[in-house]
Write a protein that binds this ligand. Structure first.
Ligand code: SF4
Length: 435
């Protein structure tokens, strides 16, 4: 069912000028997304003494097992308490079932210091008051084990909301800043440990003092928060977390996100300026990393330059990725679809994107597919559910979820990030060679 090449595509690109970030195309139709449980796949690797217990159905258990691809004997730090039909007769049964599951789990895994109850979308689970359930478990097993709860339900709009909901619940646990505390920095948003270590080395070299990452690697290392805390977001999808930290007194440092050489430099600079780092020192510390990042990305530029990319809304990383691809690899942006447009957080990204860029917020999937087929982009970044049908129509795709699982932030990862977008073209060339 190949759609023919559309010679009128430039007309669509011109119409795009009316749909910039200030006036995006807003669509509230059928949308194609993963549920927020998916975020447990990267979160459970971050906190060494935390455990994510999904209160859900067999569907949730299957999703997690297949998406995470973790063998049970690998002792993953997540599991599903399956609330089956027997439990639906009454909430008392659900609480009894949870009591049993939690007691068994804590007996078998005594290293757990934080147990996170994660809500899901089956109607029976929605009826359960998860806050009360967490409080009840806290009374049974606290204070040795801390209980948190959040919703990872498929009713939320997109899978990265799972991390936002988790961090929002974690913010409530952060201790208050001691009186007279000096300025400190919280970097919010899960990143791979290797990336976090690289940033920590840079912050240390800049002499920035007390820098913490949220989530921390251990539940006993929660950073304090208060009016002397500055907040730097490592991920753009943390709207609720930002509000929660703001309510605790933290001040958000606005910056583009640390993708590519340019984004990483601007992100580090926002923090360095807030901490009064001398510009000469900043240039000296970041210079070698910037040069390495530029060289690494340059290698992939010939494969990407002038290619046209279309983003379907999925991870909420779309505007930042578009900025990186446009500015550092020379790709043209056909449409930036994003589930939510955190305009305030993304202001720095849109300043670096062309004024005429087409932005859509939310989704009406059939209409968006029509726009995509008409525009015939060289590459579509989308969720897994849309990738196969589009590939079958001859459109090259990239799974957006891969960009959340892969270390892509920072100078040392800039080349890898570019390479992730070259791979789909290489795969298509190989397939053509086979055909
Ligand atoms: S939370 Fe809902 S959408 Fe997600 S796996 Fe469970 S049943 Fe499916």
């Amino acid at each position: 069912m190949n759609a023919p090449f559309n010679p009128h595509a430039p007309v669509i690109a011109r119409a795009a000028s009316e749909r910039g970030p200030a006036n995006p195309l807003r669509q509230r139709g059928q949308h194609e997304v993963f549920c927020g449980l998916t975020s447990i796949i990267w979160l459970h690797r971050k906190m060494q003494d935390a455990f994510f217990l999904i209160v859900g159905s067999r569907t949730c258990a299957h999703l997690m097992q297949s998406a995470a691809g973790v063998m049970i004997f690998a002792e993953p730090r997540f599991a599903t308490a399956v609330i089956d039909e027997r439990d639906l007769a009454g909430m008392a049964d659900v609480h009894d079932e949870l009591d049993k599951v939690v007691a068994r789990l804590l007996a078998r895994r005594p290293e757990i210091r934080m147990l996170v109850l994660v809500g899901s979308c089956p109607s029976e689970v929605i009826k359960l008051d998860l806050a009360k359930a967490a409080e009840r478990q806290g009374q049974l097993h606290g204070p040795a084990v801390r209980f948190l709860h959040y919703s990872g339900s498929g009713i939320e709009t997109t899978f990265t909301q799972g991390e936002d909901n988790f961090l929002t619940s974690l913010v409530k646990e952060l201790p208050a800043e001691p009186v007279g505390a000096r300025q400190s920095l919280i970097v919010a948003g899960a990143m791979a440990d290797v990336v976090e270590d690289q940033f920590r080395r840079i912050f240390d070299a800049l002499g920035m003092g007390h820098v913490s990452f949220l989530p921390p690697r251990n539940s006993t290392a929660l950073p304090h928060v208060g009016p002397n805390t500055r907040l730097l977001l490592a991920q753009p999808f943390l709207g609720e977390t930002t509000k929660a930290l703001d309510a605790r007194g933290a001040k958000h440092l606005l910056a583009p996100f640390p993708l590519g050489e340019e984004g990483t430099t601007a992100w580090l600079k926002a923090a360095a300026d807030a901490f009064g780092v001398d510009p000469g020192r900043f240039a000296a510390i970041t210079g070698p990393g910037r040069a390495r990042a530029r060289t690494a990305v340059e290698r992939y530029r010939p494969a990407l330059q002038d290619k046209r990319v279309f983003f379907f809304p999925d991870s909420q990383l779309e505007p930042s990725l578009a900025r990186f691809l446009h500015r550092e690899t020379g790709m043209d942006i056909v449409e930036i679809g994003t589930p939510f447009l955190h305009r305030h957080h993304l202001a720095g990204e849109f300043e670096l994107l062309p004024e005429h860029v087409f932005v859509s917020e939310g989704q009406d999937v059939d209409k968006q597919l029509d726009r995509c087929r008409t525009a015939r982009p060289d590459l579509v970044v989308c969720g897994m559910g849309l990738a196969n049908p589009l590939e079958a129509e001859g459109i090259t795709t990239k799974w957006s979820i891969e960009l959340v699982f892969t270390p892509i932030q920072g100078y040392e990862q800039a080349g890898d990030l570019a390479e992730l977008f070259v791979r789909p073209f290489a795969r298509r060339d190989r397939l053509k060679g086979i055909a």
